[in-house]
Design a binder for this molecule. Structure first.
Ligand code: URP
Ligand code: ZN
Ligand code: ZN
Length: 460
């Protein structure tokens, strides 16, 4: 099977030129001007942007959480991702306290094996680091191709680990060439504020937001970078939302510490005023919560300063009926919001079309940096000879409107209902197959492959 993409404007993290791309099998075999080679399929990309397929390194599919499961399965979630131009996702396996990492991986494989439409990998979330867990780290990195380990400094009584476990895990992960991801918010402070608000009868979604003020994130981010500095372990802060937390990272860089930062599309474009809509605010109950306009400005600046390397989603969808579990108590609203399908187009429209970021920066933060940080570059995250032919073709001028009526995520509302965007995903290729064309999915569940990742060696 071969594909020829003609006359597109090819954008990578560091290039911008018009050329043809010839794909044989799963990978790119030639890039050049006016290629005359015959192909099974030819795509005319004149006037369009041809970019590396998006990589979303923070999604939660079919995940047991807060007494229910996130509503996208591996099939519906990875298919929706493809519709939106994301060809690969990294999901999270959650260790059960008292059980092994392997037991959790087996459980997650049971839900994901042969069910993905797009490519995927896992981070391993360590919720109970002890002498037994410690012995499993090397195997995960060297045999399973799972090289990043997620930790939670929050969700007290459920997923949270203490600093003693964090330091021990960091030492072990560093020894074997891995990376620690962290949900960096202060779980004890949040727990105190949640109980205080509940005790005062303050039970609406607004109090979810008021229970996680900026200081809870700034404090934990600073503590995390200090521990990473002490142990020398590479660190990656997931879903960073605010000025205080980014300033903690800024300070760490003054001592030449290399710590990676991810924000999510929602923190760049919507803000905490949504929590004033009574229970409708539950649509945006996520942790950390949405912040202020000044934090959005900080995050856009952080992207352009190279302090924020990745824009992900933290896609963790719940049906409205599931959100209603917390109608009388904000602390019971399942945390998370749907965005896996919308990230690439929202970032394009709000970032590139509105002049906040360049096209090269767009590719860097939506694909290339995630591939580098998580050990997949240059197989993924770029358009180059030998790379997987994961490609998204965007019409930069087409206007369209987001809606639950047209999205493919398995969730019965959109956090972005009625948003008018400029720039639309037209065609998506995954490992040389046309996966999306003209708003139609052409690949089946089972096509998505588990991608084994390398040790962390690439410094951005
Ligand atoms: O609200 C969120 N973020 N839900 C998913 C779990 C997490 O903390 O990433
Ligand atoms: Zn989190
Ligand atoms: Zn998450």
């Amino acid at each position: 099977m071969s594909v020829l993409i003609k006359n597109g404007r090819i954008i990578t993290a560091d290039a911008d030129y018009i050329a043809d791309i010839f794909i044989e099998g799963e990978t790119i075999s030639t890039i050049g001007k006016n290629l005359t080679v015959k192909a099974d399929t030819e795509i005319d990309a004149a006037g369009k942007l041809v970019m590396p397929g998006g990589i979303d390194p923070h999604v939660h599919l079919d995940m047991p959480f807060m007494g229910t499961f996130s509503s996208d399965t591996y099939e519906t979630g990875t298919r929706a991702a493809l519709y939106g131009g994301t060809t690969m996702v990294i999901d999270f396996v959650l260790q059960k306290q008292g059980n092994s990492l392997q037991a959790a991986l087996d459980e997650w494989k049971g839900r994901s094996d042969n069910n993905c439409v797009g490519d995927y990998s896992f981070h391993m979330a360590v919720t109970d680091f002890n002498d037994e867990t410690k012995k499993e780290i090397q195997h995960f990195i060297e045999q399973e191709g799972i090289t990043s380990f997620k930790t939670f400094m929050a969700y007290k009584g459920a997923l949270m680990i203490d600093d003693r476990q964090m330091i021990g895990l960091m030492e072990e992960v560093k020894k074997h060439g891995g990376l620690i991801n962290v949900h960096a918010t202060n779980g004890d402070m949040i727990d105190y504020l949640v109980q205080k608000h509940r005790g005062e009868g303050k039970l609406s979604p607004l109090y979810h937001y008021l229970s996680q003020p900026e200081v809870t994130e700034a404090e934990a981010a600073e503590r995390f970078v200090d521990m990473a500095n002490y142990t020398g372990c590479p660190g990656y802060i997931v879903h960073l939302t605010c000025e205080g937390a980014l300033n903690a990272v800024r300070n760490a860089t003054k001592r030449n510490q290399n710590v990676f930062v991810e924000t999510c599309i929602q923190y760049l474009i919507i803000d905490a005023s949504l929590y004033e809509k009574d229970f409708e605010g539950a649509k945006w109950v996520m942790s950390p919560p949405l912040r202020e306009k000044k934090d959005q400005a900080t995050l856009w600046a952080g992207i352009n300063q190279g302090m924020v390397q990745v824009v992900a989603t933290d896609h963790c969808p719940f049906m409205w009926e599931q959100k209603l579990m917390g109608k009388d108590d904000f602390s019971k609203i399942p945390n998370g919001h749907p965005a896996i399908e919308n990230r690439m187009e929202l970032l394009f429209s709000e970032g590139v079309s509105k002049g906040k970021i360049t096209l090269n920066k767009y590719v860097e933060v939506s694909s290339t940096n995630a591939a580098k940080i998580f050990g997949m570059f240059p197989r993924k995250g770029t358009i180059a000879v030998g790379s997987d032919a994961d490609i998204v073709i965007i019409d930069p001028n087409e206007k369209h409107t987001l809606s639950v009526a047209t999205h493919h995520m398995n969730v019965d509302y959109s956090g972005y209902e009625g948003w008018e965007l400029t720039g639309k995903v037209k065609t998506v290729l995954l490992r040389g197959e046309v996966a999306i064309d003209n708003n139609e999915c052409k690949v089946q569940k089972g096509y998505g492959k588990f991608i084994k990742r390398n040790k962390v060696k690439q410094v951005i």
